[in-house]
Design a protein around this ligand. Sequence first.
Ligand code: NAD
Length: 468
Amino acid sequence: MSDIYLKLVNTPMGKATAQTLGLPSPVPLKRRKRADQPFIEGNVLVGAGNGGKAIATIGSVLSASAATLYHASGKATLEDSSKAGNKAQTLDLASGTDTKFSALVFDATGLKTPGDLRALYDFFHPTIKNLGANARVVIIGQNPATCRKAPQAAAQQALEGFMRSVGKEIGKKGATANLLWIAPNAEKQLESSLRFFLSARSAYVSGQFVRIGKTTSAPTTNPVAPLAGKVALVTGASRGIGASIAETLARDGATVIGLDIEPAMDDLENVMRAIKGKAFACDITSQDAPAKIADYIGKHFSGVDLVIHNAGITRDKTLGNMPEHFWDMTIAVNLTAEETINDELMSRELLHQDGRIVCISSISGIAGNFGQTNYSAAKSGVIGYVEAMAKQVKNGITINAVAPGFIETRMTAAMPLTLREAGRRMNSLSQGGQPVDVAETIAWYCSPASSGVNGNVVRVCGQSLIGR
Ligand code: NAD
């Protein structure tokens, strides 16, 4: 469904009216358009607090981009990041700057005490107003859970509050802020996440942190077809977010098995035909579904690399009025099926080495929602499941979740008008997301280069005001 307000407010008259009335003026988000689109263009300013450990990796990732690089200097709290080795210009922040930036990237891994947080102020204060529309702020820190000393943990945890507030300040420009928390010596695992969060692919992801662990492998991939040779299973692929996930994974080179219920077969076959995928009819709540899915994968392929548990339903009623089958169906589709399918695929060794499992939670599972005790319980359960499984998976397999906010689909088009408008506007970007925003986040998790990204829950919600 199209967002008429977003279109209106971006006409000259609409803009003036919205300003006069103090109404939100969302900026249209720029999403990825072409396969060969550079992940970031324009002027990118890089800075590092003293002792930053990620600056060399940041420098080498950005050197491969189409951006013009600047290094920040001129403040005692900032390390001269041009030591990273690329030949960028140095910008003396002590004398201020008029340069417009498409991204600000800050290495905060060296911050050891609350006093060191001054480096954030020194870097962002003179530059934040110079961010252009659809710009990016990415902060790299050390995961506080890996800090041995309390002052260091405090400084690193402070990055979360800082990043979330920055996201709220810059959202009106269609700009995003996110935080990458790396484990000690995990700098080499940064690349795929840095590329994703700087790119147009993360247009609707803001106010999020990602924990990145150290792994033995961080393969470099073909940026145009990073999933070439991979087989993906996508449940609920006939429409909405699932269809977009299937299309995006196929775009990135994967062969997709799209699964949906029998009545959705016509739609599913249309989606699969367009991406040369396979359509498979199955109700994931039927008792024999895990075995049927495993048999199908075993018969047509040697196994599967990417398993995307997208199928979901809502059956809303206040708890006292909720019939028991509403409860049972919602838990079965949104939660139990994910577990039983994964168990079957893993016990039959059909999930390949370096496999990726992605589950779909929801901001309803984080914040709760009126009339959705069943759905919120299921989507919250997904988070618990992913976090527990992340500690158990082996052979380079990762498991992560996305938690969409308000995404423009048939599910949200069916909401009453006032609730729908509130859902669209109550986030830092003042607009709803598109199915492709969820799909792009899943494609980033699925990349072979995202081997250090495990056990995360990233919200795709434009930094919704609801929930954490
Ligand atoms: P949708 O209703 O458009 O699509 C869901 C798909 O799942 C449909 O194709 C449906 O046929 C399939 N499905 C349902 N039950 C099934 C079963 N038993 N077996 C196999 N397939 C089944 O929903 P959507 O908006 O595209 O949402 C996709 C996922 O994202 C869901 O998990 C949903 O809970 C989640 N989500 C959506 C939003 C949003 O704003 N749209 C927000 C948060 C979370």
